[in-house]
Design a protein around this ligand. Sequence first.
Ligand SMILES: [Ca+2]
Ligand SMILES: [Ca+2]
Length: 254
Amino acid sequence: MQAAVDIDRGSGGTVRQPRLAPRLLAPLLLSLVACGLGDDDFPDAENQRPVDGACPSAEVSDPFVDCVDSFIPGDATFGHDLLPDVILGPPRGAGALGGTDVVSLGCGGEITVYFAGEGIEDGPGDDFIVFENPFALGEGASFVEPAQVFVSDDGERWREFPCDLDGELPVGCAGIGLVHAGAPIGAGEAIDPQDHEAAGGDAFDLAEVGLTHARWIRLVDVGERYYGHGMWCAGGSGGFDLDAIAAIHAGHAS
Ligand SMILES: [Ca+2]
Ligand SMILES: [Ca+2]
């Protein structure tokens, strides 16, 4: 597969150096020009465990989480006895009031969930929405408990969505947007939980991390890093609270 070229070393001898043959180089250059990005633009996330593998037989049921692969909470306890049902299906937000149909991760806690079949697909724009339970503090301010989002298609290598915690509100993290889908319960027209603008929550685009599909999503509480102390992620309901995750572009969907 490699051609060789002779290089004159100036001392009468030559050494053989491998190089890419032109017929191999052309498509490589074309593909680089086509997407403008190399693999190095999407490095795998460091220090992420492979999945536990608890979900191989899960079947596609709806555009929401199909199975919980693993749950490693901090000290929190809220909603843990209701797993996995509490995070399956559509969100049950309460708008500006937050919501309580959640499981709390606690400081540094993490949960890894699975989308069966072809998983989530990279379609135009955002591909999935994470729903937490932030609540309004008035004047456009919210109380938030952020988590960083990781995705994997093979269960071993992970890509991370950059989660900027330096500003007044976190950017690129889950747990920021108020959740309107499911609220107020039983009143008015139902809000489509796959419509980010109407439903709220925080939406993510697989193209941003260079994946065409993702089957696993891992959420890791970063409240302590954001606030600089563990006050808000301590206690029974401390830290990021997962309500639901909706696939916008599901590989199995018609
Ligand atoms: Ca996309
Ligand atoms: Ca909480």
